[in-house]
Design a protein around this ligand. Sequence first.
Ligand SMILES: *[C@@H]1O[C@H](CO)[C@@H](O)[C@H](O)[C@H]1NC(C)=O
Ligand SMILES: *[C@@H]1O[C@H](CO)[C@@H](O)[C@H](O)[C@H]1NC(C)=O
Length: 401
Amino acid sequence: MKCSMLSLKAVTLGLCSFVAAQISTFSPRGQSEIFYSITVPETTVSSGSGPIFFQIQAPTTLRWVALGQGTEMTGASIFVLYSSSSNVTISPRLGTGHVQPRHNPDAEVSLLEGSGVQSGIMTANVRCDTCNYSANSPWIFAYKQGASLNSDSPEADISIHDDFGTTSIALSKAVTTSDNPFLEYDPRDPSNQPSEIGGQAEGGAGILIAHGVIMSISFVILFPSFGLLLALPLRGVVPKVHAPLQVFTLLLVIAGMGLGLKMGTDGDILDNAHPILGLIVIGLLILFQPAMGLLQHLHFRRTGGKSIFAILHRWLGRFAIILGVVTGGLGFRLAGIDRNPKTPKSAVIAYAVIAGVMGLLYMAVQVLRAVRKHAEQNRDPHRRKKSDGTAESGVNGQNAR
Ligand SMILES: *[C@@H]1O[C@H](CO)[C@@H](O)[C@H](O)[C@H]1NC(C)=O
Ligand SMILES: *[C@@H]1O[C@H](CO)[C@@H](O)[C@H](O)[C@H]1NC(C)=O
C-alpha cells in the first residue's frame, strides 16, 4: 500500500520498506527553497490522536521560518525555526494577533536526527507531541528574510514576517510507519511533488495603523492645539470652539481605544504597560475633563471668575496629554520599531519631533501670555479685573491646557 506513492524506480530498487512514507510537502509561492513537509504515524491516524512529524527546510538567508497549526495567527500553535550556535532552534510559540508570538513552554516538540545546518540549508526534523490530528488539518506558514538569528534560546526576539499564508493538509493521506520519516527525505526531489501555496497580505494590519494614526494625531496635535485656542482673545471661544473641538477629539480617541482594545484582546497583551497607561489616560479624560470644563464654565457664567475647576481642568489636561504622548511611544515599542514594516523608525522620529515642536510652541504661548498680562497689570492695575469680566478666554485662556 505504501508503495503506491513511490516512484517506479524506488519500487524496482526495492526501497519500499525503507522509504515507507507518504509525505505532504509544500513551498510558499515564489520561495522554491523553502519546504514544509508533514506526515503522521499510522497509529495517530488510526486512533485519532498522537504525535505528528514535520520538517522545515530553508536557506540560511532567512532570519526565521515558521510552520503552525491553525487557521490564522491568533490562537495558532506555531513552530519557529532559526539557526543556533551549533545546530538549529525550534521554538514553539502561541500565535497572538498583531504582536510577536510568545514562547509556549507547554508545547512538546523534539528535534530528531538529521536536523542542523548544512551547506547553507537549515533543516529541522521535528516530532510534535502536542499537535492535533484531524483528517484535514489547517496550517499556516510565515518567514522573514535576513541575517541568521543564531540563537539557542527558544525565546529569541523575532521580527514580523515578510509573507504569511494558510493551507489545509489531508493528514489522513500522509501516513508513515517510521520513527524519523524525514531522515532520508529530500523535499527537492521532484517525485515528492511539492505543492505551491500562495501567501496573503496579513489581514488586520490596517487596525494597527489606524490606531496609531488616530491616537498620535489626537494627542500630539489636536488636544494641545485646541487647548492653545484659549490664548486667542475671542469672545465665546470656550463654548463655541474649544469645547466642541475637544469633545470631537475625545470621541476620536475613544474610537482609537476601541481598535486598541480589539488588538489587545486578540493578542492577549492587555497586561502590557501601553494598554494599561492608555486606559488610565483615556479614563481620566472621559471621567473628569469635560465635567471640570463644564463646571468652570457654569461658574464663569455666574461669577465671571475662575474656580478650582479651572485649575484642575488645565492641569489634568496637561498631565493627560504628556502621559498620552509617552503612552504612544510605548505603543511604538510594543508594535516593534523597525521590526514591523507598519512602524518604521521614520514614523517614530516624526512622532517625537512633532511632539517636541508642539511642546515648545505650547510653552512659548504660555510664556508670551504671562509676559503680556504682567505688562498690562503694570500699566493699569484695574484693567485685569475688567478684562476678566468681558471675555471668558481672558480667564480660561490661562486655564486651558
Ligand atoms: C542537531 O540536534 C539534533 C537533536 O539533538 C541532533 O539529532 C542532530 O544530530 C544535531 N545536528 C547537528 C548537525 O549537530
Ligand atoms: C490542540 O487542541 C487543544 C484543545 O482544543 C488546544 O488546546 C491545543 O492548543 C491544540 N494544539 C495545537 C497544536 O493546535
